[in-house]
Design a protein around this ligand. Structure first.
Ligand code: PLP
Length: 279
């Protein structure tokens, strides 16, 4: 099989990412009317595929988008596409938009949803960076549990953090930490793993979920509760998690030194993750 350097797929058409064209009438373009997922590919296999497919189906249902095919079929297609890319290690993105139709707020009738996928080589797991974080007021809508394409507040926050020399923005709502602009924020305090509960204020992160499971396996206590910025600043460790960066440690928050006091526990969580990948 002739493999590609990178790949884009749109409703059955396959090209390189650079050559892919999407119709302007795709409602993702006008309204961000769609949902998306990101997964890592190791050795041409999609890591935690079921978790991502489940969240995809849940996000789609919450915004009343009908999947273009059964969840399992989408999974098989993604697996096939991951085999077509040269690099065994890939960053795999896919999105489903409601339909292509002339601009109108109302849902068009009788038009199928669109599936766009891309996959590109990825450097693999790299967790040696220590993050500087910056707090940003969380002014997002109250449906942050849906992984929608509407990421403008997240984009603004990420850019603000970057311009301040930081790796990630930490959203704060009414004094409580919700999540990062493209990650979940958890902390370790006195040996307990503390993370925001699953509600409408955060995305149910796959890595957040995996870490909770690793904690159970390791006998580490987990508290799913909201915590304040002050508590975060006093944490023994701050963990920033996402699919592409599963457990990053933070060393600075708003210009002050934080965390970095329980490397052993962080290592245990990372070892569990590496074990899972190898499996
Ligand atoms: N929260 C937000 C807003 C995100 O965009 C992401 C990932 O991109 C996450 C949390 C982490 O989710 P996951 O661990 O599934 O990548």
């Amino acid at each position: 099989m002739e493999r590609m350097k990178n790949l884009a797929y749109y409703n059955g058409r396959i090209t390189s990412i650079e050559d892919m064209m999407i119709p302007a009438n795709d409602r993702g373009f006008y309204f961000g009317d769609g949902i998306y997922e990101v997964a890592m590919v190791f050795n041409h296999k999609i890591f935690a595929l079921e978790d991502h497919l489940d969240r995809m189906a849940n996000s789609a249902a919450l915004v009343r988008i009908e999947l273009p095919a059964a969840k399992e079929e989408i999974g098989h297609l993604l697996e096939e596409l991951a085999l077509k890319v040269e690099s065994p290690c890939q960053f795999l993105y896919w999105q489903i938009t409601r339909a292509s139709s002339p601009r109108n707020h109302l849902f068009p009738e009788g038009v199928a949803s669109n599936l766009y996928v891309y996959s590109k080589p990825w450097k693999g797991v790299e967790m040696s960076d220590e993050y500087r974080l910056m707090t940003v007021e969380d002014t997002r809508f109250l449906h942050c549990n849906i992984k929608t394409l509407n990421l403008l507040p997240n984009v603004m926050a990420a850019q603000k953090a970057k311009e301040a020399g930081c790796s990630e923005a930490v959203f704060v709502r009414d004094g409580y930490v919700t999540e990062g602009s493209h990650s979940n924020i958890s902390m370790i305090k006195d040996g307990v793993f503390v993370t925001h509960p699953l509600d409408h204020l955060i995305l149910p992160g796959t890595e957040r979920n995996h870490m909770i499971r690793y904690c159970a396996e390791l006998g580490i206590l987990v508290e799913e509760r909201a915590f304040t910025v002050e508590e975060l600043a006093e944490a023994d460790e701050i963990i920033v998690s996402s699919t592409s960066h599963p457990s990053m440690r933070a060393m600075e928050l708003d210009g002050k030194a934080v965390g970095m006091k329980n490397p052993e526990l962080v290592k245990k969580l990372r070892d569990k993750y590496m074990e899972e990948i190898e499996k």
